[in-house]
Design a protein around this ligand. Structure first.
Ligand code: URP
Ligand code: ZN
Ligand code: ZN
Length: 465
């Protein structure tokens, strides 16, 4: 297949070129490549970019008697229609079970369903000596990152000693530790006090988890990583204060990285106060912040203090999930969808407004995630030998995000009514067409599990990520 006359965008370049795809990989990039005997795709007026990589998703994630609404089929179709061709999901350890059992469960979840390529992080929720001893085994499984929670006490949270020990092991074997940085003790106390005072509406969710509780945990996580001599990745960073902690660490030369998510770029805590119970659609943790925080996040993305935009895609229905918290905000299931909207939101609010250039867009949504999580250069670039995960992006397309047209299996979208400019026209996964005219045309079951490289394969000391 020859894609002709598109503007090829990578993290480094924006160049008019033809791209030849053979056997699922990029074979050649050049000018006026011969077209005889080849399927020719006309890319005139379009941008050809590497497929998006979303390194933070929760598909089919169990929670009590239910699970997040998108599984590895519906979530993958939604991802592809949004221009994302690879994601990394969190295989979450159950209390009393091993990490190997968590991985096995997640492999089963994806089996026969996967439509795009995927990898797993492991989320460690029950720390003990046996779990510690099993961490190095993850590398052979191609799972080279793990998440630890500093919040959700009694369910997911682990203590500082566990985090420090995990960081020490990670530094030795090449795992990247990802931290949910919020102070769980502060949150639990404030939540109880708010509820006791009769403050039960969704908007109190933000007050129960103040920005300072995120900043404190971010500083603490960085301190623990520094003691261990380990790299660190902060997930879903939301606030100027937490960003300041990351910036200072990076200025001191520490290998500290952070992501933010589209919801923190598109919404503020004011959305939690929408009339009626609408605010529940915006309940995620950490919570939405202020316009000033949002400005700081955009600045952080533009200046390189934040390296990744991932989604934390964790969809819950409004009816049956979110409305469990009608009389108590702490019972609203936490999380927002976004796997389908990420690229459109970052392009519309980032590139179209001039906050980011095209190379930054690709770096934040594909290339740097691939580098940090052991997938580069197979994924995250358009280069000879890389997988032909490609997005032919129509920068002129305009439309409106709506539950009526989205592909995610969830009964609402917080992005309802938002006007976008720019969307994927065609998408290929390893050279196979999966999206045409913005609609899914691929085959269920074609997605592959990706064994990822250990973190020390990324030369973070030499490469400015
Ligand atoms: O509200 C959120 N973020 N739910 C998903 C779980 C997590 O903390 O990442
Ligand atoms: Zn989290
Ligand atoms: Zn998450």
């Amino acid at each position: 297949m020859l894609i002709r006359n598109a503007t090829v965008v990578t993290a480094g370049d924006v160049v008019p070129a033809d791209v030849l795809v053979r056997d699922g990989t990029v074979a050649e990039i050049g000018r006026a490549l011969p077209s005889e005997g080849r399927q020719v795709i006309d890319g005139t007026g379009k941008l050809l970019m590497p497929g998006g990589i979303d390194v933070h998703t929760h598909l089919d994630m169990p929670l009590g008697d239910t699970a997040s609404t998108d599984d590895f089929e519906t979530g993958h179709i939604a991802a592809a229609c949004g221009g994302t061709t690879t994601h990394i999901d969190f295989a979450t350890q159950e209390k009393g079970r091993t990490l190997a059992q968590a991985l096995e469960n997640w492999h089963l979840r994806a089996q026969g369903k996967a439509c795009i390529d995927y990898g797993f992080h492991i989320a460690v929720t029950d720390w003990n000596d046996a779990v510690a001893a099993s961490l190095p085994e993850l590398i052979q499984e191609g799972v080279t990152s793990l998440k630890l929670y500093m919040a959700y006490k009694g369910r997911l949270m682990v203590d500082d000693a566990a985090i420090l020990r995990a960081l020490q092991i990670a530094a030795k074997v090449g795992l990247l530790v990802m931290i949910h940085a919020e102070n769980g003790d502060i949150i639990d106390l404030l939540t109880a006090q708010l509820l006791a005072a009769g403050h039960t509406a969704p908007r109190y969710h933000a007050q129960s988890r103040p920005a300072i509780a995120e900043a404190e945990a971010t500083y603490r996580a960085i301190a623990l990583a520094e003691i261990a001599g380990a790299p660190l990745y902060i997930v879903h960073l939301t606030s100027a204060q937490a960003l300041d902690a990351v910036r200072r660490a990076r200025h001191r030369g520490l290998p500290v990285y952070a992501e933010t998510c589209p919801q923190y770029l598109a919404f503020t805590a004011d959305d939690l106060a929408r009339p009626g119970f609408e605010g529940a659609k915006f309940v995620c943790s950490p919570p939405l912040r202020t316009a000033a925080d949002q400005k700081a996040l955009w600045r952080g993305l533009a200046l390189g203090d934040l390296q990744v935009v991932a989604t934390d895609h964790c969809p819950w229905n409004f009816h049956g999930h979110k409305d469990r918290g009608k009389s108590d905000f702490s019972h609203i299931l936490n999380g927002l969808p976004g796997i389908e909207e990420r690229m459109k939101i970052v392009y519309t609010y980032g590139v179209e407004t001039g906050r980011l250039d095209l190379q930054q867009f690709v770096a934040l949504t594909a290339t740097t995630p691939a580098k940090l999580f052991g997938l580069y250069p197979r994924k995250g670039s358009i280069a000879p030998g890389s997988d032909a995960d490609l997005v032919l992006w129509d920068p002129e397309a305009r439309g409106e995000i709506s539950v009526r047209t989205h592909h995610s299996r969830v009964d609402h979208t917080p992005y309802e009514g938002i006007r976008y400019q720019g969307r994927p026209d065609r998408v290929w996964v390893r050279g196979r067409l999966v999206v045409e005219g913005g609609e899914w045309v691929g085959t269920k079951g074609q997605g592959k599990f990706l064994k990822r490289d250990a973190f020390h394969h990324v030369d973070w000391q030499g490469v400015k990520l």
